[in-house]
Design a protein around this ligand. Structure first.
Ligand code: NAD
Ligand code: DAU
Length: 336
């Protein structure tokens, strides 16, 4: 149980979801935050702009660096571990950083949490469960067997299993959450939704992998942050909570919605080379989180959430412009 004014160590807090959580914590609690982030291509100090300096401090460093991690974990009341290599396409091009950060980084933090008795919350993904058929009546539950498909999701699965083992073998006070696809402001333009929005802002047609029938279960990043805070406050140690907002939509429909919201014809996009091993469908059953912890999503209208996200990218070109050319060059090389 967290005290009302605690000190949180948020790893990866300069990335998309981690920075959302830091903003959320500052707005909704009295906790202080130390962000530990190595500012890879995916991390940006600008994502923490406007936050009060007396409550949020950025430490630039690597979660796999035990010497740097140890004193930060010792000083924290709880660690919230977001830092990861997070993009499937990158993991297919070169898996090495995924093993180092996602596996060794999580191991390093767990060892520090064990040594100092620090509460630990591990942020993970629904992708650890593999994928579902389009007509599968079941969704993912905490009991679904692990079956990851990509180098990214297999390293996330490995990190989850480390957390479970450190709870059972060493008594580390940890919880895990596995969330579905997030959208919202400050997401790197390599990801599906911001890539299409910024393509359109640049006068380029959106790019759909394959036929685009793959389904993702979209949740607004603010709803994810609210769920993580709730788990920190009231989650049971050793438990896994699945986070999702019943937001299943296929990729083609997402692109059509973005196009029409941006004043273009719904069929104004290109089909490009599919992702190897591309997971077909993810879907979360969040009953445990809703019933046990009383969490409910606030963003239940995907079109309206997308409209706000489009407006954010339109209004914040200086945030994303520096990422765009390199990302598109990488995609062009991969045939995407
Ligand atoms: P992101 O790529 O936007 O951000 C990752 C952050 O981690 C960046 O700020 C980066 O600089 C930092 N980082 C990377 N390696 C590091 C290292 N070795 N040491 C310290 N910092 C490092 O990722 P995201 O989309 O915000 O995802 C955050 C977490 O949430 C990840 O663990 C991911 O698996 C999980 N997740 C993401 C989604 C999603 O839809 N994006 C859904 C479910 C779970
Ligand atoms: O499910 C949670 C996961 O969601 C997180 O664990 C990952 O960190 C996060 O990146 C995300 O993984 P996906 O692979 O689902 O997200 P991505 O944004 O890369 O792609 C979403 C879907 O859109 C996927 O089916 C591939 C497709 N796609 C992607 C891009 C970049 C396209 O059709 N065109 C594109 O240009």
């Amino acid at each position: 149980m967290l005290e009302a004014m605690s000190s949180l160590l948020v790893t990866g807090g300069a990335g998309f979801i981690g920075s959302n959580f830091v903003h959320y914590v500052v707005q909704h609690t009295d906790h202080d935050v130390v962000v530990l982030d190595s500012l890879t291509y995916a991390g940006d100090e600008a994502s923490l702009a406007g936050l009060p300096a007396d409550r949020v401090r950025l430490v630039v460093g690597d979660v796999a660096d035990a010497e740097q991690v140890d004193p930060l974990v010792a000083a924290a009341d709880a660690v919230v571990h977001y830092a990861a290599e997070s993009h499937n396409d990158n993991s297919l091009a070169d898996p090495s950083a995924f093993l180092q950060t996602n596996i060794v980084g999580t191991y390093t933090l767990l060892e520090a949490a064990r040594k100092h008795g620090t509460r630990f919350h591990h942020i993970s993904t629904d992708e650890v469960y593999g994928d579902l058929e389009l007509d599968d009546p079941e969704k993912f539950t905490p009991e679904t067997p692990y079956n990851p498909s990509s180098p990214y999701s297999s390293t996330k699965a490995g990190s989850d299993l480390l957390v479970r083992a450190w709870v059972r073998s060493f008594g580390v006070e940890a919880t895990i959450s596995n969330c579905s696809n997030n959208y919202g402001p400050r997401q790197h333009v390599e990801k599906f939704i911001p890539r299409q929005i910024t393509n359109l802002l640049d006068g380029v047609r959106p790019r759909l992998y394959g036929e685009g029938l793959n389904v993702r279960d979209w949740i607004h990043a603010d709803d994810h942050s609210a769920a993580v805070l709730r788990i920190l406050e009231a989650g049971r140690i050793g438990e896994t909570y699945l986070i999702g907002a019943d937001g299943e939509v296929n990729n083609r429909e997402v692109i059509e919605t973005i196009l029409t919201e941006m004043g273009r014809s719904a069929d104004d996009f290109d089909h490009v080379r599919d992702r190897p091993g591309h997971d077909m469908r993810y879907a979360i059953d969040a009953a445990k989180l809703r019933e046990e912890l009383g969490w409910e999503p606030q963003f239940t209208d995907f079109r309206s959430g997308l409209r706000d996200t489009i407006a954010w990218y339109r209004d914040n070109e200086s945030w994303w412009r520096g990422q765009k050319a390199e990302v598109e060059a990488k995609y062009a090389k991969a045939g995407h």
